[in-house]
Design a protein around this ligand. Structure first.
Ligand code: HEM
Length: 503
């Protein structure tokens, strides 16, 4: 990759030179951009962000330049928002102007961006239809209630897996185990099938495909900063993502074909199953349906990529925080015992009775939002915000990571204090702009209702059934909490803990 970059550098310089002269010509009437660090010629501020902690580097710059800041990432103008007030303007007041997306080159693989809910423009009828269909057929509370038993079963399998580990005295990789659970909880919610098992993470093809696709999609790509280079795909990111997408579609097509055969072979109306895939296939058969089979496969791919890791990583961070704060773990366990009794199974319907557990999840998402900049938004037109111009086609990043750690919003922001949410009535559903890990406005995460259930259910089960010690005789205060930036903000060192069974 680096060799390719070096070989292509002269070409980069030439194309940027053309771009720069264009910019100079245009500059006489240039808009008043928000302040920001002085960009270098050609590369802009890229060097300011090099390393695996760009969210921290950007947050530090915002402390100097303010909550509305301009960065030049190669030739791309990027505006960084890092205050709740500005986030409200961008995501709510001027939602119609800022809810498009800048499209990373990699997701053009197999034309994914033309079918994908994540990347389509919100004024397109396809995006609207996908949001409408998934809200009604997947994420509506009635639909989620009807599939809760299946997720309960998947979480019970996680508990059984941990019990086996207890018996053998081994260590649990919490992120790895909850990744498998999230994957199976989502695949079973969608089409009643497991796609992974706990035996060996590396052995399962679909899991490997999803992990590989996420790694590619989260990789910084020089073609995004210098669009003139797109056609050569200098790091090969698009090429590799295409292979992952193709393999993923092979599995999904197999599942869809099998279901179509089952539906065809059962006499009309007698096909009793009614999971999400059935409902989606029913929609494709309606008169003048706007949903095609292609839409379904790209939608399923999106749901896996957007839903699994965000969910499991939240549980991993929550467990890491609880292991560092044993008194909070004990408090959460006591609440579970008081509400459920010692032996009762946790259910999704119990979540509303567990305010401290909910506060733990909010506090975890405040400190460790899986998408620290949300998805990349885009300005449709030049728009004046707070006396500055956000220029047409600029990329907009909403830095929820910085907002979560802002001491003017949160006292002692670096401390894990779930109690702050018992005192303040704040939720993450898009109305309280100081806590928007799922975004807000029309582009808010459509999977929020499912994520909310899965995170609480997994976390409650891990806390309710087991006591936990850190592996390798690590002291709680020595637990490494550093992050790795990627498609989700991960714990850099996987959390390894030893479960101890009660009773
Ligand atoms: C979009 C967060 C779980 C599906 C998003 C966005 C965020 C987010 C920040 C982008 C919002 C924006 O750009 O303004 C989270 C978090 C999760 C989670 C924190 C778990 C803790 C899920 C789940 C699913 C899902 C479980 C589905 C199974 C999606 C999709 C989009 C999205 C399809 C794209 C929506 C669009 O652009 O129109 N999510 N998400 N997410 N999420 Fe989630």
């Amino acid at each position: 990759e680096y060799l390719a970059f070096v070989l292509l550098l002269p070409f980069v310089l030439a194309s940027i030179h053309v771009l720069a002269s264009g910019l100079r010509a245009w500059k006489s009437g240039s808009p008043r951009l928000p302040p920001g660090p002085k960009p270098f010629p050609i590369i802009g501020n890229i060097l300011d962000l090099v390393g695996n902690q760009p969210h921290r580097a950007v947050s530090k710059l915002s402390k100097t330049y303010g909550p509305l800041m301009t960065l030049k990432l190669g030739s791309m103008t990027t505006i960084v928002i890092s205050s709740p007030d500005l986030a409200k303007q961008v995501l709510q007041k001027y939602d119609h102007i800022f809810s498009g997306r800048t499209i990373p080159d990699a997701v053009r693989a197999l034309n994914h961006h033309k079918f994908s809910m994540v990347w389509l423009h919100p004024t397109s009828s396809r995006w609207r239809n996908l949001r409408k269909v998934s809200a009604a057929q997947i994420f509506a509370s009635q639909r989620l209630d009807s599939t809760q038993a299946i997720r309960r079963k998947k979480v019970q399998q996680l508990v059984d897996h941990v019990k086996e580990i207890c018996n053998s005295g081994q260590v649990v990789d919490i992120g790895g185990a909850t990744f498998t659970t999230s994957l199976n909880a989502i695949s079973n919610t969608l089409f009643s099938k497991d796609l992974a098992d706990y035996c060996s993470i590396a052995s399962h093809e679909f899991l490997e495909i999803i992990l590989g696709a996420m790694e590619e999609a989260g990789r910084p790509n020089v073609a995004d900063y210098f669009p003139a280079l797109r056609f050569v795909d200098p790091q090969g990111v698009r090429r590799r993502l295409k292979i992952y997408f193709r393999n993923c579609f092979r599995t999904l097509d197999g599942i869809i074909n099998e279901r179509l055969q089952l539906r065809a072979s059962s006499s009309k109306g007698s096909h009793a199953s009614s999971d999400v895939l059935d409902s989606l296939l029913d929609v494709t058969q309606e008169d003048n349906s706007e949903l095609s089979r292609d839409d379904i496969r790209h939608l399923l791919l999106d749901l896996f990529i957007a839903g699994i890791d965000t969910t499991s990583s939240t549980v991993e961070w929550a467990m890491a925080e609880l292991l560092r704060n044993p008194e909070k773990m004990a408090k959460a366990r006591k609440e579970l015992e008081d509400v459920l009794g010692k032996d009762e199974h946790v259910q999704e319907s119990d979540i509303s009775k567990l305010p401290y557990l909910q506060a733990i999840v909010k506090e975890t998402l405040r400190l460790h939002p899986p998408a620290p900049f949300l998805g990349p938004h885009k300005a449709e037109i030049d728009k004046e915000v707070c006396g500055f111009t956000v220029p047409k086609n600029a990329q907009i990043l909403v830095n929820v990571w910085a907002m979560g750690r802002d001491s003017s919003i949160w006292p002692n922001p670096d401390l894990f204090v779930p109690e702050r949410f018992l005192e303040k009535d704040i939720n993450f559903k898009g109305g309280d702009f100081e806590l928007i890990p799922f975004g807000a406005g029309r582009r808010i995460c459509p999977g929020l209702p499912l994520a909310n259930r899965m995170v609480h259910l997994m976390l409650a089960s891990l806390v309710h059934y087991f006591n936990w010690n850190l592996a390798d005789e690590l002291k709680a205060k020595d637990l490494n909490m550093s992050e790795t930036f990627g498609i989700t903000l991960h714990k850099a060192e996987p959390l390894r803990a030893i479960p101890i069974r009660f009773g």
